[in-house]
Design a protein around this ligand. Structure first.
Ligand code: GUN
Length: 292
């Protein structure tokens, strides 16, 4: 069994990006500038957004964090988005999800200019992805593709089971794994909360991508011997013996599943850090105008 090390792969990509930034700077080009909008102070979101901003600093990108009060009205948030759309200094931006209940996420997503939508969530970009056109691929699924590529994992003709149908991960992941390119060309099945006899399906998977949002849901008896297991889940599980009072767990029972598979991503240190690398790659794409 091999551990797929997302942390070191992400740092390697960030080093590659830092070199590109150096080249841009020395040729007098525009330094990529990412902005992140955070509404409220949702604990995990604050951690993620801070990590994104820190990664920008590390590789020489400019970054702006726009923090807004949880009580902001939808119209006020739309006005902030409009400002970012029209600010030529900002190449790309994200609005961290989830948003407070009184704000319509779909309206907010649609207000972001598709050219600056480095999360790849705008319907235009989702459509482009579906059609295999050049676009910003959503960060988490793209992070998974990048891991498959860099570990040279064969996907063509393989049975790939994606668990979960969220707009952010499961749904785009299933589309990307079936597209006519490496790492795609897989035969994809998507399972979700209404799927009957999930185990009989997951046991057939050569590649199992788990994005359910249920801690340690996938057990060894659900996995085929020699499968590649990608765990997208991340959960804070209370544990008084841990320094921070919690431990991070994925959607996969790591100890028993890792004994059975050929490759596995750990939590933490697997897919999570790759999300940041993908976002930075998209921001570079924005400044180079290679999106169109
Ligand atoms: N919340 C969880 N994942 C993401 C992501 O990739 N982008 C944004 N904007 N919010 C998220």
């Amino acid at each position: 069994m091999k551990i797929i090390d997302g942390k070191s792969t992400s740092l390697q990509i960030q080093d590659e990006l830092a070199k590109e930034v150096e080249e841009i700077k020395s040729s007098g080009g525009k330094v990529p500038h990412l902005a992140a909008v955070l509404v409220g102070d949702h604990g995990a979101s604050l951690t993620y957004v801070n990590a994104k901003v820190k990664a920008c600093e590390r590789i020489g990108f400019d970054s702006t964090l726009v923090r807004l009060d949880a009580s902001i009205t939808q119209q006020e948030l739309l006005n902030e988005i409009d400002k970012l759309n029209n600010n030529a200094a900002i190449d790309g931006f994200i609005v961290q999800l989830p948003l407070p209940d009184h704000i319509d996420e779909a309206k907010v997503t649609m207000a972001i200019s598709p050219e600056k939508d480095v999360d790849g969530f705008h319907p235009q970009n989702v459509g482009r992805m579906n059609l295999g056109m050049s676009t910003y691929l959503p960060a988490t699924p793209n992070g998974v593709l990048e891991l498959l590529k860099r570990y040279e994992i064969e996907t063509s003709g393989k049975k790939c089971v994606v668990m979960g149908r969220s707009h952010i991960v499961g749904s785009p992941m299933s589309i990307l794994m079936s597209q006519k390119d490496y790492p795609g060309n897989a035969t994809v099945t998507l399972v979700h909360s209404r799927t009957k006899d999930v185990k009989s399906i997951t046991k057939e998977a050569d590649i199992l991508i788990v994005a359910l949002g249920v801690p340690e849901f996938v057990t060894a008896d659900m996995v085929k011997e020699g499968a590649v297991v990608i765990d997208v889940g991340i959960h804070r599980i209370e544990d008084d013996s841990a320094k921070r009072g919690f431990r991070l767990k994925g959607d996969v029972k790591f100890d028993e599943v890792s004994a059975k598979c050929s490759y596995i991503t750990p939590v933490p240190g697997g897919v999570g850090p790759m999300t940041i690398a993908s976002l930075l790659m998209n921001t570079l794409k924005a400044v180079k105008h290679t999106y169109e």
